[in-house]
Ligand binder design. Structure first.
Ligand SMILES: Cc1cc2nc3c(=O)[nH]c(=O)nc-3n(C[C@H](O)[C@H](O)[C@H](O)COP(=O)(O)O)c2cc1C
Length: 439
């Protein structure tokens, strides 16, 4: 089979992605203990960029100190000027050096979906904890031993949240935009909202968890208001040239939760508010098998992607497609514009290069057996049963960038309206090339 469509470039806003292959956001728990980017993390991402993927989502990264203080899942990255900025610059530069574009997934937090808390939790509405029975039933057995990492918590997720105040929502939006601004200065090409999977923004979208009676609850439009104000805030701040990606669960798959139709309406509202791409995922912690499909995700293509494409005019990304032939045919038949994969690129970072070169038999296939998640749940860096190099990429010189660019990052030049830019020799500091137009 020829893989023509898979290797066709595509634009997200003004940014061109060289092919249709996306690395889904995955927190790999390799950051330094203070939330900053580590050398290991850089080399892990370098390996994936070198493997030929077109677009890498880095994250999720917590967008505020408050979200960081609340976090009880094993998320480790934080966007805090002074702590994170140097590493963020390194991250964007490294991904670019190896030939991919870099978007950052920013999160205002996880709300009630946490295994334990450091400070009391808040959610869209107070008094609605997670359904621990659903969590336990839907979690694969291999992950169960790690669910309550803290010895005193036997049943995770049962923490009862309070309702978030309007002032806190406004503060979250302001912090998110500040974090996005830093990310663009650091060199990222675009920003994604962490709004799927039952986390805080999803809790606002869902009629099951949002029972508010103010302007952030009630109708679908009002439940989407937090997310829409975030998107509009980004658009106001950056103008038309910032690629904004919105990640949504195709459905909640729990009674009374977000339906596929709700998702489509929300996606359209996001497009109208200024989003440039919708990245589909699915489920939540109470519907885990949709969140982490155990086989090729034809469901997302057939049931959700295809219908979503009729509703929105911006590109969509469909997730958990590991089979090259399925990926090619899904794009060729118009079920999706791009495909994303997470665990498959952990197992084999060279998947895109191997497909491009027709070396399909050489692909190391992800077994979808959750070893990566089990290591993450244990609160260690991720591991993979198929790829012993995961977590050791820092010892592999092929992933050390050799040349360091000092060019003004593409999106930064656009959103700041910089018309003239240049490259500088890394050794002498002399200007090498004047470009009339920023890229
Ligand atoms: C270790 C790990 C961490 C993840 N972290 C995130 C995250 O921070 N944000 C997010 O939107 N999805 C996250 N995901 C979900 C993936 O983006 C992806 O949707 C999921 O793994 C299913 O796709 P796959 O079958 O190709 O892995 C994570 C997945 C894994 C395996």
């Amino acid at each position: 089979m020829e893989f023509k469509k898979l290797f066709e470039p595509i634009k997200i806003g003004p940014v061109e992605i060289k092919n249709r292959i996306v690395m889904a956001p995955m927190n790999v728990h390799m950051a330094n203990a203070d939330g900053s980017v580590s050398e290991q993390e850089l080399c892990y991402y370098a390996a994936r960029a070198k493997g030929g993927v077109g677009l890498i989502y880095y994250g999720c990264v917590l967008a505020s100190q408050r979200a960081w203080e609340q976090h009880g899942l094993m998320i480790d990255s934080l966007f805090d000027p002074g702590r994170h900025m140097t590493g963020a610059c390194d991250m964007a530069e490294t991904i670019h050096h190896f030939g991919a574009k870099a978007f950052i997934q920013l999160s205002p937090g996880f709300g009630r979906q946490q295994r334990y808390w450091r400070t009391p939790l808040y959610s869209a509405s107070g008094g609605i904890p997670m359904d621990a029975k659903l969590c336990e039933e839907s979690t694969p057995d291999v992950l169960k031993p790690y669910m309550g990492v803290k010895p005193d918590i036997k049943l995770p997720y049962t923490n009862v949240p309070r309702e978030m105040t309007v002032a806190e929502i406004k503060q979250d939006i302001a912090d998110f935009i500040k974090a996005a601004d830093l990310a663009i200065v650091a060199g990222f090409d675009g920003v994604e909202t962490h709004s799927p999977h039952g986390y805080l923004l999803h809790q606002f979208l869902s009629p099951r968890t949002n029972k508010r009676t103010d302007e952030y609850g009630g109708s679908l439009e009002k439940r989407a208001r937090f997310l829409l104000e975030l998107i509009e805030g980004l658009r106001d701040h950056f103008g038309p040239d910032l690629p904004i990606s919105v990640r949504l669960s195709g459905a909640e798959h729990v009674e009374g939760g977000i339906t596929p139709e709700d998702m489509r309406k929300t996606a359209k509202l996001c497009e109208n508010a200024g989003a440039n791409v919708i990245s589909l995922s699915d489920g939540c912690f109470e519907a885990f098998r949709y969140f982490f499909p155990e086989k090729e995700n034809t469901h997302i293509l057939e049931e959700q992607g295809k219908k979503l494409k009729k509703v929105v005019d911006i590109p969509i990304i469909s997730f958990s497609i590991h089979d090259p032939e399925l990926a090619e045919s899904a794009i060729a038949s118009g079920q999706t514009d791009m495909i994303s994969m997470g665990r498959q690129l952990i197992a084999d970072p060279e998947w895109p290069n191997k497909v491009r070169e027709g070396r399909i038999k050489d692909i190391v296939r992800c077994q979808r057996e959750f070893a990566c998640l089990a290591s993450l749940y244990r609160e260690g860096g991720i591991r993979c049963i198929m790829n012993p190099n995961v977590g050791r990429e820092r010892y592999m010189p092929e992933y050390w960038p050799q040349k360091r660019s000092v060019r003004i990052p593409e999106t930064l030049a656009r959103v700041r309206g910089i018309k003239q830019t240049y490259t500088v020799s890394p050794t002498t500091g002399r200007k090498l090339k004047i470009l009339d137009q920023a890229p």
